[in-house]
Write a protein that binds this ligand. Sequence first.
Ligand SMILES: [Zn+2]
Length: 411
Amino acid sequence: MIRWGLVVLGLLVTAWAVETWEVVRVGRVDYVSLDSFAKFYGFKVPQEIEGKRPFELSSAGGTLQLTLDSREMRWKGARYWLSHSVRKESEVVLIPRVDLVKTFDPLLRPNGEIPRRPLQGVVIDPGHGGGDEGTRAARGLSEKTANFDVAKRLVRCLDKAGIPWVLTRTKDRYVDHADRSKLADDHPGYIFVSIHFNEDSSRSSEGWETYSLSPQFAPSTSSGGSLVGDEDQIWPGNGYDHHNFLLTQAIHRSAVLAKSNAPSDRGVKRARFKVLRLANSPSVLVEGGFMSNPREASLLRTEEYRQQVAEWIFAGIQAYARSQENPQAAARLQLAKDRVATNAVGTMAGVKKNEEVAPFRSRGTNLSASNVAPAVVVPNPGQGVVVAPAAVGGVEPEVRKALPVGTEKKE
Ligand SMILES: [Zn+2]
């Protein structure tokens, strides 16, 4: 009797789901058809999609630019990198499923049914420090110093706006990555912002790139789209995939679409940097230009440009905070501010030293927390069972239906 009930329910779910999302597996990667994607988000699809020329999907909300066999994507003037290439198989254009759930959906429906997280404050992480210098520009300026200078400027912006903050280091010393990330544990509702500058063996490389943690089962941008084998693990940071992406792209857009002096746009990227893996909060890592590029290095040697970098980051944080506001947000922010003030984390004049910060409190991986969606298991023939990339970080109910039929784990 129970078995029959399940079969009937299964058939109904199948019929409904197929009507909504056409899911196709090519190799180890799942895709949805461009037609079902366009229908769901209200995009107009061009008649012909051929070759390597970018094609545009238009909607009232904006224009999305995609290219066959490419991971590059543009949305309203800014550049993003998908986990896998858009492709065409048997005359059907396919969109990677992991990008539908982890990139397009947060981008196109930032405030669906996933609970908002009103901003309570910011953990500012000036990268490197002490014996770990990071990279270095020609003629002196080291990355650790530039990171810290921008962090202090960001502190002043946050103070003016009345947004609480805490620094992972307050002087030139090395702090372990895990300790940096764990600072977010002691400050519930804070976001984690790691500040870095870039380097490359080619002196011509320049521009701004902004990173969020790669979702589970998604390759990192630098892997060229190939799965290299470390994608199966769920990191604490994956509990915030949706908000990680919103925060990352808000900061990225603020910089690369700036009205003046905008750095060149290297895109919103994904990586499994240790601070992003371990941060138990929405997190972002900013690479605000190349110290190995003579032009950007000389800009970075000026206070004006470092101030500009801090202000771009700040404007991105503000845009993210606005996207998370709800009627209670202002009240909560005030509460957080009071709490922080009594803890003396406070103002620039009394920059809080790490030693004064309450001891780190490890909450482990905390993946049973209520903000993490239950795992969805997808049978993967010949390769055992894998957890679907949509498993963590919040997934909108309709997009969840893009998961292969009959694979939802009973809750
Ligand atoms: Zn760095």
